[in-house]
Design a protein around this ligand. Structure first.
Ligand SMILES: Nc1ncnc2c1ncn2[C@@H]1O[C@H](COP(=O)(O)OP(=O)(O)OP(=O)(O)O)[C@@H](O)[C@H]1O
Ligand SMILES: [Mg+2]
Length: 351
């Protein structure tokens, strides 16, 4: 039996828009379908004319329709949404929240979103790389994840994720770009406060590339995201005490809890399998001890990680079973297992 109209509609209902991360049927993007003797034609209404996820969307739609029995020919027409359709979509995306409700979804009690603040006592230790690859790994483990680039001194997350387009704007609703299934937001989305940002509701995890120190940006970020759990990235040099003091002081000033330490560039594995500890060893463990938190991960130095970051094709996506990707997976699983902080320690002891 060949597929009929209801099978076609059902197949389309399973397709998610790559940027909006929800079903195209639910989003009101399927305008018309027609099935005749194995020829399927579909008209999709796009929320914006220059839909950044358009090519991927077409691939997904074709893929879903090709899988149906008896389908020989597929035609997908694209048309911009009417004003009415766009208003409906906008309402749908904002959910129950009233148009006037500009409140912060992360500060609400009972918010289901864990906020992981990736921080470091000094620059260049791999904070942004750890942010991006941890987010991608958590997404692969099945969580709905977005990254927030809050390091205003060197925005690097969009580049590492290969994001080249601006956020989609549906009327006045800002839709942060999505790459490899992970949403990417910039701190700039918050500060203006004029434009509502679409929080593709409920996000499981928001991973933040933290601004360094305790300046104005860090302070307002911490106020905006008061439930941020801090993970400190460090290198293996045994300079832990100073870094620990700085990180603990930072967390105390920001009134955030430190939850764990990630050691980066822990070793380099040679062709013969030998591990070389280029930057020494023990830094992560002693920092974790100083801070009284677990060492949640040790990540090897892998040239492909740097290359992936430069090219906007992260190593955890291109080589998900490679050495560093497996280390990210272990790290992500430990963070998962820690669970959200039950009590927010408002005051932290400084050694
Ligand atoms: N495990 C690793 N293996 C190989 N290269 C790495 C690793 N971690 C980070 N790098 C590289 O080291 C450089 C610094 O990393 P990254 O930009 O992530 O650090 P950062 O702490 O965010 O730096 P900044 O202080 O400039 O924001 C980058 O070129 C990155 O690709
Ligand atoms: Mg950085």
């Amino acid at each position: 039996m060949s597929a009929g109209d209801s099978e076609v509609r059902e197949a389309l209902a399973s397709v998610a828009d790559p940027q909006l991360r929800r079903g195209i049927t639910e989003l009101g993007m399927v305008r018309a379908t027609r099935v005749r003797r194995g020829r399927v034609s579909v008209t999709l209404a796009l929320p914006v004319a220059a839909h950044p996820g358009r090519d991927e969307l077409l691939l997904r739609v074709r893929g879903a329709l090709e899988a149906l029995p008896g389908v020989r020919d597929i035609e997908v027409g694209l048309t911009p949404m009417s004003e009415e359709e766009r208003a409906g979509l906008r309402r749908h995306l904002r959910g129950e929240r009233a148009a006037s409700d500009r409140s912060n979804p992360f500060a609400r009690p009972g918010s289901p979103t864990r906020v992981l603040g990736i921080s470091s006592g000094k620059g260049g230790v791999g904070k942004s790389s750890v942010t991006v690859n941890t987010a991608l790994t958590l997404a692969r483990l099945g969580h709905k994840v977005s990254v927030l680039d809050a390091d205003v001194y060197g925005f690097s997350v969009p580049k590492m994720l290969g994001i080249e387009h601006d956020p989609m704007v549906i009327d006045d609703l800002l839709v942060p770009p999505v790459a490899y299934g992970v949403g990417c937001m910039s701190i700039g989305f918050f500060v203006g406060d004029e434009q509502p940002v679409m929080w593709r509701g409920p996000l499981d995890i928001l991973v933040v590339d933290m601004p360094p120190g305790t300046g104005d940006v860090a302070m307002s970020m911490a106020q905006y995201l008061p439930r941020t759990e801090i993970f400190v990235v460090t290198t293996p040099q045994p300079a832990a005490q100073r870094v620990a003091q700085r990180s603990a002081l930072m967390a105390k000033k920001l009134k955030l809890a430190v939850r764990g330490v990630v050691e980066n560039m822990s070793w380099f594995t040679g062709d013969d399998g030998t591990r070389y500890e280029i930057f020494g060893s023990g830094g992560g463990r002693s920092l974790a001890q100083e801070l009284g938190v677990p060492l949640v991960g040790q990540l090897p130095l892998v040239p492909a990680l740097r290359a992936g970051g430069d090219e906007g094709r992260p190593v955890t996506v291109t080589d998900p079973t490679g050495e560093v990707s497996r280390a990210f997976e272990e790290t992500a699983k430990r963070i998962e297992a820690l669970g959200p902080a039950r009590i927010y320690r408002r005051e932290l002891a400084v050694h």
